[in-house]
Design a protein around this ligand. Structure first.
Ligand code: GTP
Ligand code: MG
Length: 265
């Protein structure tokens, strides 16, 4: 006999988010209909479908809301964030802008989802789609880190070949059931924080030593020492397991030495 979830209708709602043309509709089509359409047919507003599934002992009615990624349809999307339990947050590995937009999508959803507490209970999978091409510009390690540091699952997929699609949906559905059964979201512990990753990126990606330490050009010696101490505590390779800590720590040391030397000249 099948079991009932707390919501006895056994109804689950997931949505697809991401820029236009990243492959949201094709991923859903691949999963539900096992086929791929190469001609682009933009989603107008929102498409809706229901699929029935057996997950563990539950008979589930999975409601899939496939959103358009076009800014024009914001007014349509914002009505539909309510009561969402799972999110496919999709980008195209061949288009950097679609990866850089992931924060935009999280913010749009956070602004409009009701009840607001639902945001922290959402099961989110970050989906790196179109890995079948040879024009890739966003590499796996960067994207996986972006997802994991926020506590989200990460999958590499191709709606064209089907690679990773079933696994991604299985994981999304299964984590939603976990949340319903346990009452809370299990966030994978990766051993480092978003603060550490952001500090490492700032040290590595800027050439200006003041900026590396988060300081203005007219800062005092004390401010340099304080900023250094704070970052050193955060990134010391003996303590931090965030990827790139060692290199960032060396950059930090050099930046501090260079800035303090300017006072002695
Ligand atoms: P909107 O509905 O406008 O927000 O776009 P969408 O994210 O739903 O994109 P859609 O699924 O319609 O796919 C856009 C285009 O990308 C289509 O031409 C698809 O054939 C193509 N596409 C989707 N997934 C893949 C993939 O995995 N590999 C390749 N090579 N092309 C893909
Ligand atoms: Mg679409």
């Amino acid at each position: 006999m099948s079991k009932s979830l707390r919501d006895s209708s056994n109804r689950i709602k997931i949505i697809s988010l991401g820029n236009i043309s990243v492959g949201k509709s094709c991923l859903i089509k691949r999963y539900c209909e096992k086929r791929f359409v190469s001609k682009y047919m933009a989603t107008i507003g929102i498409d809706y479908g229901v699929t029935r599934l057996k997950i563990r002992d539950y008979d589930i009615r999975m409601n899939i809301f496939d959103f358009s990624g076009h800014p024009l349809f914001y007014e349509v999307r914002n009505e539909f964030y309510n009561d969402t339990q799972g999110v496919m947050l999709v980008f195209d590995v061949n288009n950097r802008k679609t990866f850089d937009s992931l924060d935009y999508w999280l913010n749009e959803m956070k602004k409009d989802i009701r009840p607001i507490q639902l945001f922290d209970q959402l099961c989110i999978v970050v989906v790196a789609n179109k890995i079948d091409t040879n024009k890739r510009v966003v590499d796996e390690s960067e994207a996986r880190l972006w997802a994991n540091v926020r506590g989200y699952q990460y999958f590499e997929t191709s709606a064209q070949t089907g690679v990773g699609v079933q696994e991604m949906f299985d994981c999304l559905f299964s984590s939603i059931i976990d949340v319903i059964e346990n009452g809370e979201l299990k966030v994978p512990n990766i051993g480092f924080t978003i603060e550490q990753v952001e500090a490492i990126n700032r040290l590595k990606n800027t050439k200006d030593n003041y900026e590396r330490l988060g300081l203005k050009h007219n800062c005092t010696k004390d401010e340099i020492n304080n900023a250094y101490r704070k970052l050193a505590k955060l990134l010391h390779p003996d303590k931090s397991v965030a990827p790139g800590s060692e290199e960032a720590f060396k950059l930090l040391l050099n930046a501090k030495t260079d800035l303090l030397n300017k006072f002695d000249k």
